[in-house]
Write a protein that binds this ligand. Structure first.
Ligand code: IMP
Length: 179
């Protein structure tokens, strides 16, 4: 894939290659296997962004588990709006279950905190999170982020499921907005 891509009005520069992302996901998968192998967890995919990460990760998890999906939205363009809208909710009984949220990116942590509360209120036994990328400088929550593929600077990124107004999710590498 090319070194630069243009999506709508912005140019993005290649930042993490597909090979490096695959390696990081394999490491995250190995850590998840150690923790959840005997626990029959539910892996909760946050649509749409985490789809690509989830597909790559799930293929490497060699133990009984189920998946479910939720859809939340807090971003408009390259800015967090601060308000989280639940577009598709949880539609199954999770009482007593271990839940592992799968995210493409943890930014301020608002989405995670919102989901964590929703899942604990619904009776989950425990809730953890695995994310492909995280922006530690932007993170404002107290909850631990358990499995992280890459810690990245506080700059907008696209690719591998991450989008700019809906575009860029299909890029196999991760690109950073050009300064
Ligand atoms: P948080 O609630 O602030 O942690 O934001 C999480 C959500 O914001 C993610 O699921 C993404 O949809 C979106 N987001 C945050 N940073 C980026 C980025 O750099 N690129 C694309 N989406 C992002």
């Amino acid at each position: 894939m090319s070194e630069k891509v243009t999506l709508l009005d912005k140019t993005f520069v290649k930042y993490i290659t597909a090979d490096k992302i695959d390696e990081a996901i394999a490491k995250v998968a190995a850590d998840i296997m150690l923790e959840y192998r005997y626990d029959d967890p539910i892996l909760l995919i946050t649509l749409n962004g985490a789809i690509v990460f989830a597909v790559d990760l799930l293929k490497q998890l060699d133990f009984p588990c189920r998946i479910s999906c939720v859809k939340l939205s807090s971003y408009s363009g390259t800015e967090s709006t601060g308000t989280i809208n639940s577009l598709i909710g949880l539609n199954e009984d999770i009482r007593g279950k271990r839940i592992l949220i799968l995210e493409d990116i943890v930014d301020t942590g608002r989405t995670y905190v919102h989901l964590h509360k929703m899942l604990m209120d619904a009776g989950a036994k425990d809730v953890r999170i695995a994310t492909m990328t995280m922006k530690p400088e932007a993170y404002k929550a107290d909850l631990p982020v358990h499995y992280v593929g890459f810690s990245i600077p506080n700059k907008f990124v696209v690719g591998r499921g991450l989008d700019y107004d809906g575009y860029g999710r299909n890029l196999p590498d991760i690109y950073q907005v050009e300064s």
